[in-house]
Design a protein around this ligand. Structure first.
Ligand code: ADP
Ligand code: MG
Length: 239
């Protein structure tokens, strides 16, 4: 169609005048106060800001784990603020992958078993051999083909975070949300994890939104969103 938008210009995340107010006892805490921004499909964007500036709150709103007090969040054009809990659970499973600072892997399981857990949640009927094969394929694509059968405790921090990234990719999400994914890693491993996220966003056309404290690693991002005191301070487009 002549009018169909170029894929790269499609909006994956639209945050539209979002406010989030918490009650802390009798005191209102305005964690997010009227933030708006867009992230395009396939873009690797980061949110930076001081501690307490509202980054995690914003991530939870985008990840549909929490709802805005006012304003709306659109994921791939869908207003998620209007969905009910059941719709959200299935939407999250199918569309989103999550990566955390502390990896959140299960130690009694191998790397491979950790990776297929979300697949099981999404398509419980998938045969066992297929689960193992898909997890092996994703882990191998992230350079962990030799580590499939090891428990997280036998892996380095950088390797554990790569397993967590494989787990986030197992359901072929359109969006990955990563809250301080390098926070528990040394400089070199952290840089490798960010380079890997950048590569994934380019090669798989996955949109990635990463929260970070570390300005140095934002050089691998396409866009940096600065927030302070729950407000958007500035946006910097790098490429
Ligand atoms: P960041 O991730 O940038 O460190 P947060 O989003 O965690 O910031 O927090 C922003 C502000 O909102 C802080 O003042 C924090 O104390 C407050 N806050 C976050 N979550 C809650 C909550 N569940 N209840 C009350 N206050 C909260
Ligand atoms: Mg936080």
């Amino acid at each position: 169609m002549a009018n169909s938008p170029d894929k790269k210009s499609e909006i994956a995340i639209k945050v539209d005048n979002v406010h989030k107010t918490y009650m802390s006892g009798d005191v209102e805490v305005k964690a997010v106060s009227g933030i708006s921004f867009n992230v395009k499909k396939g873009e690797f964007a980061s949110i930076v800001g001081p501690s307490g500036s509202g980054k995690s709150t914003l991530m939870n709103l985008i990840g549909t784990i929490d709802r805005p007090t006012s304003g709306a969040v659109y994921i791939d054009g869908v207003n998620v603020s209007k969905m009910n809990e059941d719709e959200l659970a299935s939407f999250r499973n199918k569309k989103m992958g999550f990566v955390f600072q502390a990896f959140n892997l299960i130690n009694g399981l191998t790397a491979q078993q950790n990776v297929f857990l979300p697949l099981l949640a999404n398509v419980p009927e998938v045969p066992e051999a297929q689960r193992y094969a898909k997890a092996a394929e994703v882990l191998t694509s992230l350079g962990l083909g030799e580590r499939l059968k090891l428990p997280p405790s036998k892996l380095s921090g950088g390797e554990q975070q790569r397993v967590a990234i494989a787990r986030a990719l197992i359901n072929d999400p359109s969006l990955i949300l990563a809250d301080e994914p390098t926070g528990d890693l040394d400089t070199k491993s952290g840089e490798n994890v960010v380079k890997l996220l950048s590569k994934i966003s380019k090669e798989r056309d996955v949109t990635i939104l990463m929260i970070t404290h570390n300005l140095e690693i934002t050089e691998y991002c396409d866009k940096v969103i600065y927030i302070r005191d729950g407000k958007l301070e500035k946006e910097k487009v790098l490429r």
